[in-house]
Design a protein around this ligand. Structure first.
Ligand code: ASP
Length: 433
């Protein structure tokens, strides 16, 4: 049986068994026991196996990617296109979200009593999010991209800073004499291959890990909340589906000149990983190996585009933020005019860039957007009960958006290098540079 099939069985099995336990034995102590002592550790071991590869793979793949691209002019062109694609796809996503939430108006139907109940139930979680004070998002955000200490940046999983150091390191390798750079590149290449092997091992655990992760969520989920927030949840998920089937598919067709069907078929493993981990960062290793192995993206391109994407390109998150801010504005009866809604779109795009690729990474920043347009930030408590399900869904789109960018940049790079077009799905990887 193919690994993908096994992982899919783990996902569905975890949901059925966990959801079943929740429905048949609500609040049973043994369900909690199984969840805490079997499912949780199995899920966490899988997650940690993936997470432990993130720092080394970001460093080696970006440094090798930049060194492989070679000259800084090409790097600038590819980098510019990468950022342009990120901005465009994120903007399209936020716009889809805003259009839907204005048309369907899910916030109009939420009873004030339900609103107050939800606020009361989740206010402590909301306060927890706000406890760190408003997130720092301004000039210093940009200054902090340059780390004082790359080791500390890596230890803190400060991704933008680690990426910055890796980019500069890769560029420096192209500027020192080739005989000095060569052994370093060979070592990095070897480390990169070893890390990919670790990811393969981690993915071998995926069917069990995914089962565990999904069991923990579904066995403890308060399904009844889904009822009162159903219209909101439907709008977010509908928006994500529209962006996937129409938005990303069109971008893949137009920019990558690739059949969207072929694209969607190839990305099953990252979809399932993103859905079960709710983390772009944890999915990054799987995205890199899928882009290379299933989509024939050159390693130097995958290594350059995907870590940037996991950190900066969050289509699903910007769509979710747009919908949520507007939904809560509707719930609180705050009327946002056209200008304010444009501010929401712009901020949704910017904060999606700033959000960390971890579960719930965008929530503190979204509170900032709410405060900016006059929606009470503590109102976030209303949606916290359903956030996990939405986080799983938006992260999936975030990751697919990143992979679509890598296919596009791969096409551009092949054209610039005068290489033949990519082989199509399931071609062997092009090999390390
Ligand atoms: N969990 C998302 C991700 O990792 C970020 C978020 O929207 O909270 O991509």
């Amino acid at each position: 049986m193919k690994l993908h099939t096994k992982i899919a069985i783990g996902l569905v099995g975890g949901a059925v068994v966990g959801g079943g336990a929740n429905a048949l034995f609500p609040e049973a102590a043994w369900v909690d026991f199984v969840s805490d002592n079997i499912m949780f550790p199995v899920g966490q071991v899988f997650l940690r196996m993936l997470f432990m590869t993130v720092v080394p793979i970001v460093f080696t793949s970006i440094a090798l990617g930049v060194a492989g691209i070679g000259d800084m002019k090409t790097l600038g062109r590819l980098g510019g296109r990468t950022m342009g694609y990120f901005a465009l796809s994120t903007l399209i996503a936020a716009t889809i979200g805003l259009t839907l939430v204005n048309t369907i108006r899910p916030g109009g139907g939420l009873e004030p009593e339900t609103r107050d109940e939800l606020m009361a139930q989740f206010s402590s979680q909301g306060e927890g999010l706000a406890a760190g004070g408003p997130p720092d998002f301004g000039v210093s955000t940009f200054v902090n991209i340059v780390p004082r200490n790359p080791v500390a940046a890596a230890a803190d999983m400060d991704m933008l800073a680690l990426i910055f150091f890796s980019l500069i390191f890769g560029a420096a390798l192209t500027m020192i004499p080739a005989e000095k750079a060569k052994p370093v590149i060979e070592v990095l290449d070897g480390i990169g291959d070893a890390i990919i092997k670790i990811i393969d091992m981690a993915m071998g655990l995926a069917p069990y890990g995914v089962f565990g992760l999904i069991f923990v969520i579904t066995s403890q989920f308060g399904w009844s909340i889904l009822g009162s927030l159903s219209m909101y949840v439907v709008v977010v998920i509908l928006g994500l589906l529209i962006h996937a089937t129409v938005g990303i598919s069109a971008l893949v067709k137009i920019f990558a000149r690739m059949s969207p069907v072929e694209f969607w078929k190839a990305v099953t493993a990252p979809i399932i990983t993103a859905f079960s981990t709710s983390s772009s960062m944890a999915t990054l290793p799987t995205s890199i190996s899928t882009a290379e192995k299933e989509l024939d993206v050159q390693p130097k391109v995958a290594g350059f585009v995907l870590p940037l994407g996991a950190t900066m390109n969050m289509n699903g998150t910007s769509l979710f933020e747009g919908v949520t801010v507007l939904f809560l504005a509707q719930v609180f009866g705050v009327d946002l005019n056209m200008g304010q809604q444009i501010v929401v779109v712009v901020l949704a795009v910017l904060t999606a860039i700033g959000a960390a690729g971890v579960p719930g990474g965008s929530l503190p920043l979204m509170m900032l957007v709410m405060a900016t347009v006059g929606v009470p930030p503590e109102g976030i408590a209303i949606v916290l009960g359903v956030d996990r399900i939405l986080d799983m869904s938006r992260t999936t789109l975030n990751v697919c958006g990143d992979i679509s960018a890598s296919v596009y940049i791969d096409r551009i790079d092949r054209e610039m290098e005068g290489l033949p077009p990519r082989e199509g799905g399931h071609a062997p990887s092009v090999g390390a540079q």
